[in-house]
Design a protein around this ligand. Sequence first.
Ligand code: FAS
Ligand code: PHB
Length: 394
Amino acid sequence: MVKTVKTSVCIIGSGPGGLLLSQLLSNEGIDTVLIDRRDQVHIEGRIRAGVLEQGTVEALQEAGVADRLNREGLQHYGFELAFDGDRHRIDLRALTGKPVTVYGQTEVTKDLFSRRHAQGQQFFFNAQNVQPENLLSTKPSVSFLIDGQALRVTCDYVAGCDGFQGVSRRSIPADVLKTFERVYPFGWLGILVDRPPVSEELIYANHARGFALASMRSETRSRYYVQCGADDRPGDWSDDRFWEEFEIRLGPDAARGLQTGPSFEKSIALLRSFVAEPMRYGNLFLAGDAAHIVPPTGAKGLNLAVADVRILSRALTEHYRTGNDHWIDTYSETVLKRVWKVERFSWQLSTLMHQFPQNSEFEKRMQRAEFDYLCSSEAASRTIAENYVGLPLE
Ligand code: FAS
Ligand code: PHB
């Protein structure tokens, strides 16, 4: 016996993308159901992004979930690029007039879950064998199992917010879907440590031994990264090894006053650039990591997911409010225009700031020349700044 649940929009994936879409639609009186293969504790526990564009902050404020973000978020009007110890500050205020806000993805997810529960949102956690169905019909559905019980959600639309490993993208036929990918020959090893950040602003460093990033979660909690081998495991990196590499790569000037200590989180993320087209198939819409991945160098993954969801929410709201399907019919074309520009920036900054094993001496000189050009050209620094604070939604 299959238990059936009816809703307007069935959202697969309860990460920040799916949660924000649910909130934005709920604010317009549009009913949703959220399905996730994991549970809330696991989803909230994933340590990921740390930097929010102003557009993301505004979206969370409009959604009514930004009270804590407004109190605890750290506004930054600049960040640094360092090359073999030489430093160059990208002055976001002078170059764009906009800040970025340091506030962990974990906190964004917790704030969204809290609001969705307070408003009685229906969730299905620990769902197995999730399967979108009848996507080309006017009555698509999503079937799944929970503790062996078969369920089906019938809806008008399915939103695939289920990340890179999700089922939604794979539900688009191979002869329709086109993918583009670059896998980088290294990863990022990240740690969390309860020590004050070494710098008030983020520092991205390229050193002959590899990339390093000094970030933070608060004035007492730091988030640090070093470039590591693509086959490395967190267990390969003791805290001592991490601190030694981090300090060398940051350089003596930037690392002055570094407070080391025991890490309480250590994980490795592999880097890839990836785009799937189209982001719509019948009544299935992809948003966020389900459709694209960027290397974390440009701090864009979460922000790109939010931008997709803002455009998708507008499209669906217009349909339910007026019956006008213009934004639905142009969704994929609209989001992909911005997705590719953000992919470009994330690829460009990753290419500039990392040590590539296969790079020739000439390519290494090109990296240094690019850095020296940024230091000497306001125009060049402005291109970095305007991408970092976030491109316009359209
Ligand atoms: P998410 O992956 O966050 O959420 C997808 C959800 O779908 C998950 O809860 C998953 O359980 C669920 N799901 C998957 N398959 C399913 C199925 N078959 N059925 C039902 N549910 C399913 N971005 C940055 O900007 N900076 C960073 O430093 C950064 N670090 C990252 C580190 C790692 C290890 C990873 C993987 C990503 C990182 N990102 C970073 C990018 C990350 O922040 C994403 O861009 C962001 O989580 C995207 O949000 P969603 O699109 O909601 O996808
Ligand atoms: C983080 O704080 O986790 C972070 C910040 C900036 C990035 C990537 C990750 O580019």
